[in-house]
Design a protein around this ligand. Sequence first.
Ligand code: PLP
Length: 411
Amino acid sequence: MIKINKNYLKLESSYFFSEISKRVTRFQQSNPNKVIIKLGIGDVTKALPPACIKAFHKAVDEMADDATFRGYGPEQGYEFLREKIVENDFRARGVDISIDEVFISDGAKCDSGNIQELFSKDIKIAVPDPVYPVYVDSNVMAGRTGKFNQDRYQGLIYLESAQENGYVPDIPMQKVDLIYLCFPNNPTGATATREQLSKWVAFAHKNKALIIYDAAYEAFIRDKTLPHSIFEIPGALDVAIEIRSFSKTAGFTGTRCAYTVIPKQCVAYDETGHKILLHKLWLRRQATKFNGVSYPVQRAAEAVYSLEGKKQTGELIDYYLANARLIKDKMLALGYHCIESNNSPYIWVKTDKDSWDFFNFLLEQAGVVCTPGSGFGRCGQEYVRISAFNSIENVKKALANISEALSGQDC
Ligand code: PLP
């Protein structure tokens, strides 16, 4: 008899996103003439930068000729891309990463979901609340949690992020072995200072713990005082893994390219307390289960680091950040609390109402789709996430509709 992995039965169903789309469809069907503006999902809306498209086309043409055709690529990714990553994303910031510490992949989602395979089943895990759900679900699947009960899985330590701590969680009182951090944060948009990250790095050293640092939104950091990488913090190379993505940096959500950095000095421990290099384990894992990202996609990603690529991706991010600023300024003017800095495509709005009620209100009265905060965890119950990924025209229209709907309304 073929038996299932019973941990999958513990997973909360994908009720949340299907419920959003059900409510939007129902509303659209009963209001066919109403224009609905979607500021809900975290997907980019603008085309790939021309520099990436040019490199993409050129690489596809190479694949059409026997003389330049490429089959399987190197398992860690092509050196031409890893060199550019090291040079631009790390050495330019004074971080000494070598190219064989970079692993190219087809997504930060896969990497952040797969990395837990390297660790023992009985480790203690801390996740942020609100949280990018992949960190939690991948550990549920692996059997590292108990049941789902009152919005939380038993056995996980939830690091609460709220207005009081500026949405940067405090160091836990108890010992944990694995910590997921994400800055700029999805969904809150919070960023972490050097001092805050230094505390996490010190905590990881003290507890022989590991930090998985998801920096998928790094390109949105505009505040020059903020670190872009956890490896800018002294001592982090021993205790952290960093995950980055081209998805939001350069509009690659449908093209698929990301990378993970595992420093060679970064360790976990075996049963007897001996140090084991995580780099070696991940290399072994990837070589077994992954066959790399396609050559044209890696060439397109390489073009992000060309002169034109940097200019064009900078403009792309500026475009979304301008939308984010409009959203934030409007919600603040309407009397809602949200983070005031502008280093993220997401605005986490404190509604002081049930997040589904506020979602319904915006949908029905303003024709605007946001994401109810409760989908990201218990701490999101009175929040909604509004995304800047749309055209500026749509964002302006959505904000005018929200203003109008809120004037004189009890919400
Ligand atoms: N990490 C965070 C925090 C995200 O919000 C997302 C996507 O929304 C990802 C990772 C996934 O990125 P990718 O498209 O590279 O899989």
